[in-house]
Design a binder for this molecule. Structure first.
Ligand SMILES: Nc1nc2c(c(=O)[nH]1)N[C@H]1C(S)=C(S)[C@@H](COP(=O)(O)OP(=O)(O)OC[C@H]3O[C@@H](n4cnc5c(N)ncnc54)[C@H](O)[C@@H]3O)O[C@H]1N2
Ligand code: MOO
Length: 394
């Protein structure tokens, strides 16, 4: 049995690149940008008026003019207007192009209109209320660098530069495999000795949050069927995420069948809790990674977050963002296993405080619903009350 840190490193050593693909911008939320995005024009692309009001030429102010005849009106979306007489003004709207022969905008609130003429009531500063062309970024400069997650703000910028299609990192093709004769589909009424396949759905939920929409497969405890279906799944996918069938039960055939299918076992059994029977391997010829999570619901879900998610992030070149929380009550781990403990988090005066969640072991999926994530406690160590500890959010 290997220790948890070693197991984690061995998983990370198998990272791979799934390549890139072009997708519509509308489908890009949460995906990882695979190209640099450059400004196709200056930002803003013209001297932009930032207040509704009047455009004037400050030369008139210098000459003591405070009352202006209104020559014309300019809206956002209209071609650039021109002030013919510098002692006049143009009524102008936010977002319009600064009219030719003007250099200052007076907002409505600082003016009064009498007898059709605009009178300035608050002395303006030359050049005010103008967002200068290229003031944010110049044409050709890089706005977004690749390897960042795309959210609304990136989508907005890409829309502004006309990227209707965008190059993103491809995601792995994943198959979720549940094992065990006791499982029935969620739409079925289980018999007294049966349960519904909840691990498939908890992993589906966690994967779809990463934009991965996996296929489902259910393997019954029958060797020949397991072998055939697993072989096809290995051929068709980049990753298999299995739950159940890796401990020492009489019907736990998986490790044996994996060997037959030439899936190289990287490790089986890790000094951790939950998830001691974790099995991990790679089918090198097919390039398929196999994470075989122990079947207990908490074990499957926690180990997905401990191993699969960091592996996925590394494959996609996303930097991890370690998070620390403050443990409310001391916890001592006297044993030899790394412990992953469910915690709920509350923010108190800006500090994230973690409280341990009690439960009935790794089969108690109800306790999982009370958790915001887990803290990691290395073997033979204690986390003192109030001290910082690594936190992994669900
Ligand atoms: N003699 C030993 N027995 C067990 C050991 C051990 O080291 N020696 N380890 C225990 C630990 S720890 C765990 S965790 C489980 C893991 O066992 P398996 O991976 O073989 O999983 P199963 O036996 O198939 O199932 C365990 C448990 O989880 C339920 N399950 C399985 N799949 C699903 C699913 N898709 N949805 C909901 N629930 C599921 C299953 O019905 C069992 O109750 O082994 C211990 N035993
Ligand atoms: O790995 Mo098991 O999760 O301790 O029940």
């Amino acid at each position: 049995m290997i220790n948890q840190k070693e197991a984690f490193q061995k998983v990370l050593e198998t990272v791979k690149d799934f390549g890139n693909e072009v997708i519509p911008l509308l489908e890009a939320t949460g995906r990882i940008l695979a190209e640099d995005i450059e400004a196709d024009r200056d930002f803003p692309p013209f001297d932009r008026v930032t207040k509704d009001g009047y455009a004037i030429n400050s030369k008139a102010l210098d000459e003591g003019v405070t009352t202006f005849e209104i020559e014309s009106i300019g809206a956002a979306g209209s071609p650039r207007a021109k002030l013919e007489n510098y002692k006049n003004c143009i009524e102008i709207m936010t977002g319009a192009v600064l009219p030719e022969n003007t250099n200052t905008i007076i907002m409505y609130e600082h003016t009064q209109v009498k007898d059709g003429k605009m009178h300035i009531e608050v002395p303006p500063e030359k050049g005010q209320n103008i967002h200068l062309k290229g003031g944010d970024i110049s044409k050709g400069e890089i706005i977004l660098t690749k390897n960042r997650r795309i959210s609304g703000k990136e989508m907005g910028v890409m829309a502004a530069v006309g990227k209707a299609q965008v190059l993103v990192k491809k995601l792995p093709k994943v198959c979720l495999i549940s094992t065990g004769d006791e499982l029935v589909n969620i739409g079925e009424q289980p018999l007294p000795h049966q349960i519904r396949n909840s691990n498939g759905m908890s992993l589906y939920g966690a994967l779809s949050a990463e934009n991965i929409y996996p296929e489902f497969l259910h393997l019954k405890d029958e060797k020949k069927q397991i072998r055939e279906k697993l072989k096809a799944a290995l051929e068709e996918n980049d990753v298999l995420l299995l739950s159940g069938g890796v401990s020492k039960g009489k019907f736990d055939y998986l490790p044996e069948i994996m060997e037959e299918l030439e899936v190289e076992k990287i490790f089986h059994r890790v000094a951790q809790q939950p998830g001691k029977p974790l099995w991990f391997g790679v089918q090198n010829k097919m390039g398929t990674n196999v994470f075989s999570f122990p079947g207990n619901p908490i074990s499957t879900f926690v180990n997905f977050h401990i191993y699969f998610k960091p592996w996925l992030k590394k494959c996609l070149n996303i930097r991890p963002r370690p998070q620390k929380v403050q443990l409310q009550k001391e916890f001592e781990n006297k044993g030899d296993l790394t412990r992953f403990l469910l915690v709920s988090i509350a923010s108190e005066e800006g500090v994230l405080k973690a409280s341990l969640i009690g439960g009935n072991g790794s089969g108690d999926m109800i306790s999982l619903t009370r958790a915001d994530g887990i803290i990691v406690v290395p073997p033979k160590s204690a986390i003192l009350s109030g001290s910082a500890v690594e936190f992994i959010a669900f």
